[in-house]
Design a protein around this ligand. Structure first.
Ligand code: PGA
Length: 250
């Protein structure tokens, strides 16, 4: 079954609104007319309005990198799903490993954020992935199953239609070490099987599972050639318009 690939840029804590606009001025003409894949740009919160404005009338989506699960309240420093929707976001990244590692994100908070994103009509990109020690101890499959099962707990097949999962082996993020297409494919199959348990086979079969972790122009084609890999979540190499274009147009 052909799933349209999705190429997402995760800018992490890089770029001011002005730098985001400069990126898009260079990037948009280079991907003009490219409709083979979907493209989503996930800048820092403060850049969202500028990116939404620069992409007006364009088919490219805009994603936040995090959200809070409550709609509003006394949660200093947090941003809610309806707020993201109100500024024009289409997507939101949830449970990135950096948030799990540095900001106490757990499978439970991932699940709460996922429910909030879906309720607000945002397409969630839920990140899962094992750390090096887990891979070396043969725990990869167990970790991916647990993260997928707990993350998707209580979500119906119908709700999950817009859900995207990103497999990001933590040992490959920002390290220059990429999972081989085969390693990624195997992990994606595990995630899809577990997602099928949670939200049903039909929804899981249609679900995009992206690969993330040192995706570069040089390795994008080999990764994207795998039928199990439905796109990429790109960190470092998405900060430069030329290199992200090369990945998008692999
Ligand atoms: P990287 O980051 O491409 O810089 O490895 C990917 C990610 O963390 O989403």
């Amino acid at each position: 079954m052909a799933r349209k690939k999705l190429m997402a840029a995760n800018w992490k804590m890089y770029k001011t609104p002005q730098q985001a606009q400069e990126f898009l001025r260079a990037f948009l003409p280079m991907v003009d007319g490219h409709d083979r894949d979907e493209i989503v740009i996930c800048p820092p919160f403060v850049c969202l309005p500028a990116v939404v404005e620069a992409l007006a009338g364009n088919y490219i989506g805009v994603g936040a990198q995090n959200l809070h699960w409550e709609k509003e309240g006394a949660y200093t420093g947090e941003v809610s799903a309806p707020m993201l929707k109100a500024v024009g976001c289409t997507h939101v990244i949830i449970g990135h490993s950096e948030r799990r590692q540095y900001f106490g994100e757990t499978d439970d908070t991932v699940n709460r954020k996922l429910q909030a994103a879906l309720a607000a009509g945002l397409a969630p990109i839920v990140c899962v992935g094992e750390v090096l020690q887990e891979r070396e101890s043969g725990l990869t499959e167990e970790v991916l199953r647990r993260q997928t099962q707990r993350g998707l707990s209580g979500i119906s097949g119908d709700q999950a239609r817009t859900l995207i999962i990103a497999y990001e082996p933590v040992w490959a993020i920002g390290t220059g070490k990429t999972a081989t297409p085969q390693i990624a494919s195997e992990a994606h199959a595990v995630i899809r099987a577990e997602a099928a348990e949670a939200v049903g086979k039909v929804t899981a079969d249609n679900m995009r599972i992206l690969y993330g972790g040192s995706v570069k122009p040089e390795n994008a084609k080999a990764l994207m050639s795998e039928s199990e890999i439905d796109g990429a979540l790109v960190g470092g190499a998405s900060l430069d318009p030329k290199s992200f274009t090369a990945i998008v147009r692999y």
